[in-house]
Write a protein that binds this ligand. Structure first.
Ligand SMILES: *[C@@H]1O[C@H](CO)[C@@H](O)[C@H](O)[C@H]1NC(C)=O
Ligand SMILES: *[C@@H]1O[C@H](CO)[C@@H](O)[C@H](O)[C@H]1NC(C)=O
Ligand SMILES: *[C@@H]1O[C@H](CO)[C@@H](O)[C@H](O)[C@H]1NC(C)=O
Length: 159
């Protein structure tokens, strides 16, 4: 990805070639989008060239956090490599590879809007790795699961 296209995305904030800088920029590229961006997984993953060993990544989570300011604040006081969880939930877009996806650059994803606490690894005051997220509360994402339990029960109530 060229520096120009990274700048267009508004996420390149670290210009030196140190490995710490590369880790941060790689984290921002893979995981940070603007607060209220409605992104399309297939498009953004292709545009940002997010792949793993020349294969499509099986999963990639985007955190809606303009310029990563809240995520970076989580790491502000941390020097040694440490896993941290957010106090607050973030809006997330979770991208999960479709089994019938074509190879890169045409990776095809299912996507889901989620809200949850994020777990990241901080190093030298910056986020460098996204570990996972945990859904917060009873989100919209639970509704289909509840319906799948309730719907089979309904007919038996009327017999
Ligand atoms: C998260 O998304 C909801 C609606 O989709 C919006 O109202 C809210 O402001 C967003 N929160 C943040 C922190 O961006
Ligand atoms: C997105 O957020 C920006 C700044 O927070 C705001 O000015 C803009 O109106 C928002 N757009 C939408 C579609 O909510
Ligand atoms: C980092 O340290 C400053 C000053 O000690 C403090 O005000 C701030 O709350 C700390 N931030 C976090 C995320 O712990």
């Amino acid at each position: 990805m060229s520096p120009a296209s990274l700048l267009t995305l508004g996420i390149l904030i670290c210009f030196s070639a140190t490995s710490q800088c590369q880790d941060l920029n790689s984290f921002l590229k893979k995981h940070i989008v603007q607060d209220n961006d409605s992104i399309v997984c297939d498009e953004i993953i292709k545009a940002r060239n997010i792949i793993l060993n020349n294969n499509c990544k099986s999963k990639n989570t985007f955190i809606h956090d303009t310029d990563g300011h809240r995520v970076k604040a989580m790491c502000a006081n941390i020097t040694k490599s440490t896993k941290v969880a957010s106090d607050i939930p973030f809006n997330l877009t979770d991208c999960i590879l479709k089994s019938e996806s074509l190879p890169p650059p045409n990776c095809a994803y299912n996507q889901k809007n989620e809200k949850g606490k994020i777990y990241i690894t901080c190093e030298n005051h910056y986020p460098v790795h996204f570990d996972k997220f945990l859904l917060s509360g009873f989100g919209v994402s639970w509704t289909p699961a509840i319906l799948m339990v309730v719907i089979p029960i309904l007919p038996s109530l009327f017999l």
